[in-house]
Design a protein around this ligand. Structure first.
Ligand code: GDP
Length: 513
């Protein structure tokens, strides 16, 4: 009847980070990997993951709901799309300067006099071949992390920036590792070459960087590999055109394509989302499929959008957006979340149905949370009553003379809670602090993360507390077999702990003679 978030993530084969995020969006607070979920919750979550748009349970995951709404790829509609590029590198090696240079020098709509806004991505026209490249300008942004967690690889090419003065630094190595793991293609830009006016010195410094790259396993072209290395200066603009063309060259080798039929359903990802004055709910969407036009209906998480307007990165109104393009759109009922996937549905009534279903699930989850609290309290009251009834029956057959004197109010039974992480501490405190009846109640003297220490032992001795340990592994024997004979109990499952506390409470009901 109970399962931890950990168990559930294994059961559902859903990444734990994703499950925790989904639970949080359903209204659960402070969820951790060992957060315990009761049956009602679990059923709801299963429902959430199994639910299909028409309400039928097909055993598909929630992600598959989206997958099912997507039409199959029509190869006839596939056409070349611009590469999506991320710039990575050590701090101060020149990432921002390169992005600023690109933004200023060759913005697609420069002829319209626009100044780019930071909407998470921008597109340029290369100066030589006139081709388009999309640059993501906030790759560390939470939205991208969320997308990556969902297995969406938005970036096609990583440009790794290395300052010719510093060569490879810790974050350079991290970026190399990231590229290796993500399967992105790599181009290296050795930057700040203007710092060396002497040609010989410059060559020597560039050689040092290429040697360092080789020594770190980067297969550069010079050594027969396929990674292009371009020495540049983002300050003077030297070789920036070469860098741009090398990106185009690589994208051609990668043969990047996107579906661009006029009747292809549009798809994309939310990069940013905000309420803007006079425009209402606005979001930046990075297109991955289809040609987005006004009037199309999109769904995303708990909201939908009938596209009212489309704007490019300069704020200019445009009529359509193609794959690899990032645009701002208006028309959302509620703000969608950054990092969420967007997909087109055929009409507004379908979108409404989808959103209504999601919202009713959310509502039931909240109601279940309240029911759960009540249930726990009732369960304990029932157990305590049972125990009391048992005792009064004994009382009838038993002797007289019970010591009825005592302070008014319920007897307090003291506990000290020690657990592995603050989430568990909170969960335990929350579930046992309400335990008890009019005769006996649990009282938490202290609750904290970590193995019981000197202070805890002292406190337990003074207050006559039982120490409850949760998920702490093997406790040191001087804690378990302490000289003061303080009771230390260990648990790995919250409901076992609750059962135990209930038992201790019932044992503490007033003795009847
Ligand atoms: P980021 O932390 O990687 O974004 O690095 P920045 O773009 O902020 O650059 C760090 C410093 O290096 C700034 O003072 C830049 O002006 C300077 N810088 C960046 N690129 C170049 C370049 O090509 N040549 C020279 N001389 N300085 C540069």
């Amino acid at each position: 009847n109970y399962a931890s978030v950990n168990n559930l993530s294994n059961m559902l084969n859903v990444k734990i980070e994703k499950l925790i995020r989904d639970l949080t969006s359903l209204g659960f607070a402070n969820v951790t990997h060992n957060y315990i979920l009761s049956r009602e919750y679990i059923e709801l979550i299963l429902q959430e993951y199994n639910y299909k748009i028409d309400g039928e349970n097909t055993g598909t995951t929630f992600e598959n709901v989206y997958e099912e709404l997507k039409s199959p790829v029509n190869p006839k509609n596939l056409a070349r799309r611009p590469p999506i590029v991320t710039i990575m590198g050590h701090v101060d090696h020149g990432k921002t300067t390169i992005l600023d240079y690109l933004r200023k020098s060759s913005i697609v709509s420069e002829e319209h006099g626009g100044i780019t806004q930071h909407i998470g991505a921008f597109q340029i026209n290369t100066p030589l071949s006139g081709r388009k490249i999309t640059f993501l300008d906030t790759p560390g942004h939470a939205a991208f992390l969320k997308m990556r967690e969902r297995g969406a690889t938005i970036t096609d090419i990583v440009v790794l920036v290395i300052s010719v003065e510093d060569s490879i630094m810790p974050q350079t190595l991290e970026a190399i590792k990231h590229v290796r793991n993500s399967g992105n293609e790599l181009i290296v830009a050795i930057t700040k070459i203007d710092k060396f006016s002497n040609k010989k010195e410059r060559e020597r410094a560039i050689d040092k960087v290429t040697n360092d790259l080789m020594n770190n396993g980067v297969p550069i072209e010079k050594m027969g590999g396929d990674v292009q290395v371009i020495p540049i200066s983002a300050r003077t603009g030297e070789n920036m055109d070469l860098l741009e063309e090398s990106i185009i060259l690589l994208s051609d080798i990668m043969d990047l394509k996107g579906e661009q039929g006029s009747n292809t359903n549009s798809e994309g990802w939310i990069l940013e989302s905000e309420v803007k004055k006079s425009m209402g709910n606005v979001s930046t969407i990075l297109m991955t499929r289809g040609i987005l036009t006004k009037g199309k209906v999109l769904i995303c998480g708990n909201t939908y959008c009938k596209v009212r307007s489309i704007m490019d990165e300069t704020g200019r109104q445009i009529n359509q957006a193609a794959p690899s393009q990032a645009v701002e759109i208006t028309g959302w009922k509620d703000l969608p979340h950054a990092g969420d996937e967007v997909i087109q549905v055929s009409n507004e009534s379908m979108a409404k149905k989808f959103v209504a279903k999601r919202q009713s699930l959310l509502q039931s989850a909240r109601e279940a949370a309240n029911v759960e609290k009540l249930n726990q309290q009732r369960f304990l009251e029932a157990i305590n009553k049972e125990k009391k009834d048992e005792m009064s029956t004994d009382d009838l057959d038993g002797e007289e003379g019970a010591d009825q004197a005592g302070p008014p109010g319920p007897k307090k039974v003291n506990f000290i809670v020690k657990a592995d992480v603050s989430g568990s501490v909170e969960a335990i405190v929350e579930s046992i602090s309400s335990l008890g009846n009019e005769e006996v109640v649990s009282n938490i003297v202290s609750a904290a993360v970590g193995i019981p220490n000197e202070n805890d032992m002292k406190m337990a001795r003074i207050t006559d507390s039982t120490i409850l340990c949760f998920n702490l592994g093997n406790l040191p024997s001087d804690v378990l077999n302490n000289k003061d004979k303080i009771e230390v109990r260990q648990f790995n499952v919250i409901y076992k702990l609750i059962e135990d506390v209930t038992e201790i409470l019932t044992e503490n009901l007033k003795p009847v003679y």
